[in-house]
Design a protein around this ligand. Structure first.
Ligand code: AMP
Length: 420
């Protein structure tokens, strides 16, 4: 990897400001999935063992800017319009405080974590100054300040006081130029900026697979819309040997081929683009595969009447999954592949009756000897939900960030790190 990592520098006695992704789901005061906390532990433990003073920061949920003097009411939902600033502050604190994460971290790290209900103020400064080597401080939710997402320079300067060294380990937010993900380094306040183990893995596995793939390289793209994945398709068409398109986005390609789409998802304004992409694939010698049969439902409901149609989707039906012949076509195309990247489900996998195609693809990846990489978001959820997670080479921890990496974009939170 071309970026420095925590292993490349001496952190002993240094304050390490670590941007983590502790954006965990919380329901009724309980963390319902602690994958992200577990994912952050190797970096945190390593820094503690090396005698660093570890200052952790993260966001959680979509809070109001409760530490600002007045709450920015522009984003308030109609249901909250009548609530006072104090009520909103209290509700935000209940839903989005990182204290719950600090409590869990303390169970995992021998009570060495101090939580501070403050981000850049005096309280935070006191806690950071009191932090000893081998200990941690977890700051309160960064997004309690609106300056965080605005990448406000003064806010970044205050936050940067807490780091002799900056460690980027929140892959889920590296595609954002926020104060804590890029600003503290971009503005020149922290000079030593390195990747933690999570980022290192994402770049070494996913970054490398795309840039220097072992061939044959097959990409499988699915999900709801072509418009969400234009960048990914355009970038991958330049690199892959085979491009498989399934899921809701396939029907825009159906339309481009002159096939019927019935009531399926279809973006009429993207039909020309679908044609261009098919032309481009042809010109480049990329094997572009589309579904040849479709599981159709008479309504968007797991218990709807179903039928399989070859070719297009009949009127009054909608495509909800790839059909059995398509499963054969797609899984055959995966045979012999050396690198497989998958982003987006093949059907409405949240409904068990329409998860068959997605499950078959997940199973084929699980059995494959190829390097198998699952772009984050729904495909990661599908693979995990279907029980194949442990069989994949890598499941990306970032939804938007992994999409942008697949699009070949420069990610601000990685760009700002020191080169080797
Ligand atoms: P994305 O976030 O773009 O990867 O899209 C994931 C979503 O696409 C999931 O919620 C799926 O239910 C949905 N999806 C996949 N296939 C279809 C389809 N044939 N019709 C409607 N939605 C679909």
């Amino acid at each position: 990897m071309e970026k420095l990592t925590i292993k490349d520098i001496d952190v002993k006695g240094k304050k390490c400001l670590v941007r983590c992704d502790f954006n965990v789901p919380v329901k009724s005061g309980k963390i319902t999935d602690e994958t992200r906390i577990m994912g952050a532990l190797p970096t945190i433990k390593y820094l503690m063992e090396q005698g660093a003073k570890v200052i952790l920061c993260s966001h959680l949920g979509r809070p109001f800017n409760i530490f600002n003097a007045t709450i920015d009411r522009k984003k308030i939902k109609p249901a909250d319009a009548e609530k006072t600033d104090d009520q909103l502050r209290q509700e935000t604190m209940e839903k989005c405080s990182l204290e719950i994460v600090a409590n869990r971290l303390n169970e995992l790290l021998d009570n060495k974590v101090t939580f501070v209900n403050d981000v850049v103020g005096e309280e935070a400064e006191k806690a950071v100054n009191a932090c000893k080597e081998g200990e941690c401080v977890l700051l309160q939710n960064l997004r309690f300040y609106k300056e965080e997402t605005k990448n406000d320079q003064a806010f970044a300067e205050k936050l940067a006081r807490f780091g002799d060294v900056y460690v980027s380990d929140a892959f889920g937010t590296v595609h954002r130029a926020h104060a804590s993900t890029a600003g503290v380094v971009q503005y020149g306040y922290i000079k030593t900026a390195v990747a933690g183990f999570l980022i290192e893995k994402e770049l070494n596995v996913m970054g490398k697979a795309i840039e220097e793939p072992r061939r044959p390289f097959v990409a499988i793209l699915g999900g709801a819309k072509v418009s969400d994945k234009i960048g990914v398709i355009s970038n991958l068409i330049e690199k892959v040997d085979t491009l498989i398109i399934g899921g809701g986005m396939a029907y825009t390609f159906f339309k481009a081929k002159g096939w019927n789409v019935g009531n399926s998802l279809c973006e009429l304004d993207k039909v020309d683009l679908a044609n261009d992409l098919m032309e481009k694939a042809k010109a480049k010698g990329v094997n572009l595969l589309l579904p040849i049969d479709t599981v159709c439902a008479d309504k968007f409901d797991n218990d709807a009447n179903r039928m399989v149609s070859a070719g297009g989707v009949p009127d009054n039906w909608e495509g909800v999954d790839i059909g059995p012949e398509t499963v054969k076509l797609f899984t055959n195309a995966l045979k012999g592949a050396q690198t497989i990247v998958w982003n987006g489900p093949m059907g409405v996998f949240e409904m068990p009756n329409f998860a068959v195609g997605t499950k078959a693809i997940a199973a084929a990846l699980a059995e494959s000897d190829a390097i198998t990489i699952i772009g984050g978001g729904d495909s990661a959820a599908a693979v995990t939900q279907l029980g194949f997670a442990s069989k994949m080479t890598h499941i990306s921890t970032g939804g938007g960030a992994s999409l942008e990496l697949l699009e070949g974009k420069v990610l601000p939170g990685i760009e700002c790190l020191n080169n080797k």
